[in-house]
Ligand binder design. Structure first.
Ligand code: ASP
Ligand code: MG
Length: 418
């Protein structure tokens, strides 16, 4: 059994969907679970609906109508029959969303976000499921919310592994006997039957949950790049494909900012020693990258870039040393604000933290710490991380840049620069 995940870029229009169906057709004699994201940039468009809803600016209807039109247009490229049941199926989701926004009840932002944004995956999977069935690739559309159970942390649902595992065994295994199971990434469901999402780009993680629970032989993430490269090809022009990387290397890469795989994807696979294949949906016959049990000795320098960074510098007002108690006070504030530090350093009476530039979180930190510390902020910075570096490679990347903070460990170099 295998698990496939197709992201938004792979299903952005009718011809992309046909390509996805072609890839799936090659594997249709295997047991297969296919996890699909929302089409193209639909999730971003749905986020705009949520914003409009809370801004009460009267834009929601227009935005929803645009989404409906773009989804229907894709269907026109896939189905000859204008009365195909797919149109009714899609319309039902739009009607529900319209009801949701008409209610205008005072509800919590994150809850509303999940009820609206989740529709993207319901739409995309409805289209592709109908399309595949119409060309003879038989599949069952599974509402993932029937099996993937989470708590009620909206926008960041925490998976209830026990319940989810029991439900996947009970409901998905019998469906797999009949053919391909096609379902939504990114979504979950609370014990009260409300929809949750697992965090942006969370469909890779959904696939990993199925892979782990079903003990699949592998998980494949189909991408618009040839596999895992040693740098984002949009940022570096000398990238090369990594044929094999270890789970550890993949975790390190996602931690430092590689976006090719969602950070939560690796653990469920590593725990069961199941390989992750990252392959191109444009060149599906190519091997791509295998993430699994591998050693990292052969790897070239691997580079990760995080843009939009902010450097916070704290000085103790009373000149007390930044010793363990002070550091603990500082870290406690970051932890309570749920604010991840991307790099930190301390001196005698100062502490520096590089963070994503999120104004609300920075404000929270300042509110807690401003009485004890003077706080300086520097914005618009870039954090570059290089694994398996050489002196020459560091020099090449920092020449001409203004370096504000630098850290060198055995296998990882980081530089924060303007
Ligand atoms: N559609 C969701 C997003 O764009 C989930 C995903 O693509 O993995 O964040
Ligand atoms: Mg997406």
């Amino acid at each position: 059994m295998r698990v496939f995940k197709f992201g938004g870029a792979s299903v952005k229009d009718a011809s992309s969907m046909k390509n996805v169906a072609n890839i799936i057709a090659q594997y249709k004699s295997d047991k297969l679970v296919v996890v699909v994201s929302a089409l193209g940039k639909t999730t971003n468009a749905l986020e705009e609906v949520v914003q409009a809803y809370f801004a009460k600016n009267g834009e929601t209807k227009k935005l929803i109508a645009q989404l409906k039109e773009s989804h229907f247009n894709i269907c026109k490229g896939l189905f000859d029959d204008d009365t195909h049941p797919v149109y009714d199926a899609l319309s039902n989701f739009f009607v529900e969303m319209e009801w949701q926004v008409e209610e205008e009840r005072e509800e919590e932002y994150n809850y509303v976000y999940d009820q609206i944004v989740s529709v993207g995956e319901l739409l995309s999977t409805t289209i592709i499921s109908h399309y595949m069935n119409s060309i003879g690739i038989h599949n069952t559309w599974l509402d993932v919310r029937d099996v993937l159970k989470t708590d009620d942390t909206y926008r960041e649902g925490k998976v209830d592994w026990n319940k989810t595992s029991a439900l996947i065994h009970e409901k998905v295994l019998p469906l797999l006997e009949k053919g391909i199971v096609l379902t939504q990434g990114f979504l979950g469901c609370t014990p009260e039957n409300c929809t949750t999402t697992l965090g942006r780009e969370g469909s890779d993680y959904t696939a990993a949950i199925f892979t782990n629970i079903l003990n699949a032989e592998s998980q494949t993430i189909w991408k618009d790049v040839p596999g895992v490269l040693n740098g984002d090809p949009r940022k570096f022009d000398d990238t090369q494909l990594l044929d094999q990387i270890s789970y550890l290397e993949a975790v390190e890469m996602t931690f430092y900012g590689a976006t090719v795989i969602h950070p939560k994807t690796i653990k469920p696979l590593q725990n069961k020693n199941i390989p992750l294949l990252v392959k191109s949906f444009i060149q599906p016959q190519d091997k791509g990258t295998v993430v699994g049990v591998a050693n990292s000795e052969h790897l070239p320098a691997v580079r990760m870039v995080k843009g939009d960074q902010c450097l916070l510098t704290f000085h103790t007002k009373d000149f007390s040393f930044v010793a363990e108690d002070v550091i603990s006070h500082l870290l406690d504030a970051f932890s309570k604000a749920n604010f991840k530090i991307n790099m930190m350093q301390n001196g005698a009476i100062s502490f520096q933290a590089c963070v994503d530039d999120i104004p609300e979180k920075i404000a929270k930190i300042k509110a807690v710490l401003a009485s004890t510390f003077t706080i300086e902020e520097k914005h618009h910075l870039t954090l570059l991380t290089i694994r398996h570096y050489t002196d020459e490679i560091i020099l090449q990347h920092k020449t001409g840049k203004n370096l504000l903070l630098e850290q060198r460990r055995l296998s990882t170099w980081q530089g924060l620069m303007v």
